[in-house]
Design a protein around this ligand. Structure first.
Ligand code: PLP
Length: 405
């Protein structure tokens, strides 16, 4: 069984490593590990070490960035529809106004015309999302539009990113936001980073971020327990044991979730407004060392899906390859997902509403139904295919899916 919705990045090597770390609590807050992680990120993005801040979540880091900007209360932050509530909640928490812009369907990022129409004198920040790790089709136009209008750009690289575009990037110094949550391309259960090369913003951010503490030992223990148990759960799920263990761990609150109950009802929760502890950063170091290979491997699987599943007219998606999951628009989405599940493939559904996940109150987040028709239509048709498979598993999945389309 392939399941994209549970522990897609976990493996037995990391499980063993988590056991070793569990047994060495004296290393959980080691400064050397944090420094090393910062250096690796700085190298990847070609910025100074001091530009990199490691947090326990992207949402916490984003709230701290917005707070440190100290914007007037009616300022607007432009985001795309087709987004996670974890990005919108920090904006609301800082008493800023999210303005939603429709998307295009090549890279699931800003539609340029809709963006042009939305920005105003009140727009102070644009959050440019690299959906599924795909470089936005209109990235350079968005950056120059922002520069012309003196708007700060935060590039949301939470899903993943193509490293090469930043290594040659001399144009506009944007802030970069990363997530290392359990379902992201780089993952250590909970984690995030913000890269701030601009000296003035960096200094202001530092004063806010210095107030963040490290998570307590129980939180770290639960995160390590997730890493230790999840490959075992996946491996034994079909025999029933995995399901029992997973249910028990959740019922007894022994592992943490991705969104808290408070967040699911549309309110900001400070539970992840913390610094990244060494115990979790440990898992990132080898991933950062091998990031380019990871991207290549995943993009090769994406190319395979394109070969199997795309018609000629969609060929241009080849220049915009995803890294975290492969998005595909299908008719009769629920039916396709159900049949794929029976065939042994549990697919993903990022996103089924313009501000995900399903059930988050759109009105309370300022989203007006009907305002972003393309994003709203995409949300009724999209499925996500895993990119963490080997070539033969991916071909099998693609052939099965081909028969259903
Ligand atoms: C595009 C995007 N940005 C940011 C986040 C927030 O990341 P984190 O879970 O690290 O707070 C998410 C959440 O999943 C996301 O999908």
């Amino acid at each position: 069984m392939v399941n994209l919705n549970f522990a897609p990045n976990e493996n037995f090597t990391d499980a063993l490593k988590s056991l070793l770390i569990l047994c060495q609590p004296q290393t959980w807050y080691r400064k050397k590990t944090i420094k090393k992680t910062q250096q690796k990120l700085a190298h990847l993005f070609q910025v100074k070490n001091g530009a990199v801040f490691l947090a326990l979540s992207a949402r916490g880091a984003l709230r701290a960035v917005l707070k440190s900007l100290d914007l007037p209360q009616d300022s607007e932050v432009v985001v795309q529809a087709f987004i996670c509530a974890a990005v919108v909640l920090p904006i609301k928490e800082c008493r800023l106004k999210p303005r939603f812009v429709d998307i295009e369907t090549t890279s699931f990022s800003f539609d340029l015309e809709s963006l042009r129409k939305t920005i105003s004198a009140k727009t102070k920040v644009i959050i440019l999302q690299h959906s599924f790790g795909i470089t936005p089709k209109n990235r350079s136009q968005v950056l120059s539009l922002a520069q012309k209008n003196n708007i700060l750009v935060i590039e949301d690289l939470a899903h993943g990113f193509e490293p090469k575009i930043f290594q040659t990037d001399q144009d506009l110094p944007t802030i970069k936001l990363l997530s290392f949550g359990r379902s992201k391309a780089l993952s250590c259960v909970h984690g995030g980073a913000v890269l701030i090369p601009q000296k003035d913003i960096n200094q202001k951010f530092k004063t806010v971020f210095d107030n963040f503490s490290y998570p307590g030992r129980i939180f770290i223990f639960k995160s390590l327990l997730y890493k230790f148990t999840s490959p075992i759960i996946v491996a034994t799920y079909r025999y029933g044991l995995g399901k029992v263990v997973h249910t028990l761990l959740i019922k007894l609150s022994c592992i943490t979730r991705e969104l808290s109950v408070t967040e699911k009802v549309g309110r900001y929760d400070y539970w992840l407004d913390k610094k990244l502890p060494a115990a979790l950063a440990n898992f990132l170091i080898p991933q950062l060392d091998q990031y380019e290979e990871l991207v290549k491997r995943r993009q090769n699987v994406a190319k395979l899906y394109i070969e199997y599943l795309h018609s000629e007219k969609n060929r241009d998606v080849k220049q915009h390859l995803p890294i975290v999951r492969f998005p595909l628009l299908v008719k009769r989405r629920d039916d396709v997902m159900q049949k794929m599940k029976i065939a042994g493939f549990i697919l993903g559904d990022w996103y089924t509403q313009p501000v995900a996940p399903n059930g988050v109150n759109l009105e309370s987040l300022g989203f007006i139904k009907g305002s972003c028709p393309v994003a709203e239509r995409v949300c009724t048709k999209i499925i996500n295919l895993p990119l963490v498979l080997n070539t033969s598993q991916a071909s099998e999945l693609a052939k099965t899916l081909q028969g259903l389309l």
